[in-house]
Design a protein around this ligand. Structure first.
Ligand code: ADE
Length: 398
């Protein structure tokens, strides 16, 4: 496979000489060329950027050096054309499926933008005049300073799928994301290890020599880990929740009016069912908005509609406790497993030093309490005496 990378920091891509990708280059499996965009400038300062038309912050990469750099790649080709990938936060998400697709290509070219991006006419030129397939591809929903780090990640993910690059092809099969589940936990010797405070043992099943039991245990671990850390990946057949059409994201002030509606809908049910004497919180829009700064809040949308939410935070003076609250599912969506999936999401967002999850829930809502129990929560001793309408539940973090 041939890969060309154009960048103003060719030295950044030196990491491609190391480890498995470096070896694959030396073995002739990957033919990687790194090109300095400034070699295609003609002024004394080797200028690659200029101010944006229409104003605004930052600089934009000029079209001419990019044209000449792309021409030099395509012109040199004896056969075929590269598929052009431009890393950028506004692109299509890079994932294992796209890595597999790109690993089938005989030739890829990466154009690393910097600053505020590349003049849009370069994309038109590459697709229109040169006839290249052009994809803008993003590593994730965050902004890097330029495309180089993204190219390192993508070339590694793609390169290792090229036959021969990874010595033992079996290790490709069992990995996270290959079949939509995350990897199971792994252990090595010693079987009993003293970390200085606690003696920690490898799960006994792994020492049993029973391969069917080991395979079963590993599969269960993968399903559990995926549900906890990436509920968005969990397939409906494994949990009963159809998360396919759902969109879980951090709440913003724009979500507040719908959050208020959801809260009232849920509290109405709660109040009517269990505590007719109690009016429940009658919070205002302003109070809901303020809560967004105190709590991390996530909302779930299905086909655009806000159908569920949850929030979590550390409370002052309780550094290792992750309080999960206001787990709410719209009345018509209850019983679908969505609450459980969202609870797992809130747990997975806890910082690394959190050791236990706490939540407070309506005392009479038996269905909710069953769900929390299944999810590993236990009633805090004495809790039922403290609250009139709610109980505290606790679950240690595994
Ligand atoms: N360049 C800047 N941010 C990026 C991102 N998130 N993914 C890929 N390339 C980028």
């Amino acid at each position: 496979m041939r890969i060309d990378i154009i960048s103003i920091f060719p030295e950044y891509l030196g990491a491609l000489d190391i480890s498995l990708i470096g070896k694959a280059r030396r073995d002739g499996l990957l033919d990687i060329g790194v090109h300095d965009l400034r070699d295609f400038t003609h002024d004394r300062h080797r200028t690659v950027d200029d101010t944006p038309f229409g104003g605004g912050a930052g600089m934009v990469m000029k079209p001419q050096p990019w044209k000449e750099a792309l021409d030099s790649l395509v012109g040199r080709a004896d056969s075929g054309r590269p598929r052009l990938i431009v890393p950028g936060p506004s692109g299509r998400r890079f994932d294992q499926q796209l890595a597999r697709e790109l690993a089938q290509e005989p030739w890829l070219a990466f154009a690393c933008g910097r600053y505020e991006g590349i003049d849009e006419r370069v994309y038109e030129y590459a697709a229109g005049t040169l006839g290249l397939t052009v994809d803008v591809v993003s590593l994730g929903d965050y902004v890097l300073n330029g495309g180089e780090v993204a190219v390192l990640a993508m070339v590694e993910a793609i390169g290792r799928l090229v036959p021969g690059v990874v010595g033992n092809p079996e290790s490709l099969v069992e990995e996270s994301h290959e079949d939509g589940l995350l990897e199971y936990p792994v252990y090595t010797k010693p079987a009993v290890w003293d970390d200085g405070t606690v003696v920690r043992e490898v799960p006994p099943v792994l020492l049993s020599g029973n391969h069917a039991a080991i395979a079963q245990w590993r599969h269960e671990q993968r399903v559990r880990r995926t549900a906890e850390r990436r509920p968005d990946l969990v397939h409906p057949s494994l949990t009963g929740v159809d998360l396919d059409d759902l969109d879980v994201r951090a709440a913003t002030p724009a979500d507040v009016p719908e959050l208020l509606v959801l809260t009232r809908a849920c509290w109405l049910e709660e109040v009517a069912e269990v505590a007719p004497r109690w009016r429940g919180p009658n919070e205002s829009l302003a109070e809901h908005t303020a809560a967004l700064t105190e709590w991390q809040t996530w909302v779930v949308r299905s086909h655009g509609r806000l159908i569920a939410s949850v929030r979590a935070r550390r409370k002052p003076g309780e550094p290792h406790r992750w309080w999960i609250a206001r787990l709410m599912v719209a009345p018509d969506q209850q019983g679908t497993g969505l609450g459980r999936a969202l609870l797992a999401h809130a747990e997975a967002q806890a910082p690394a030093d959190i050791t236990e999850f706490w939540l407070n829930t309506g005392r009479w809502r038996a269905a909710n309490q069953r769900m929390y129990k299944k999810a590993g929560y236990r009633l805090l001793p004495g809790s039922s005496e403290v609250h009139e309408v709610a109980v505290d539940l606790v679950k240690p973090r595994r």
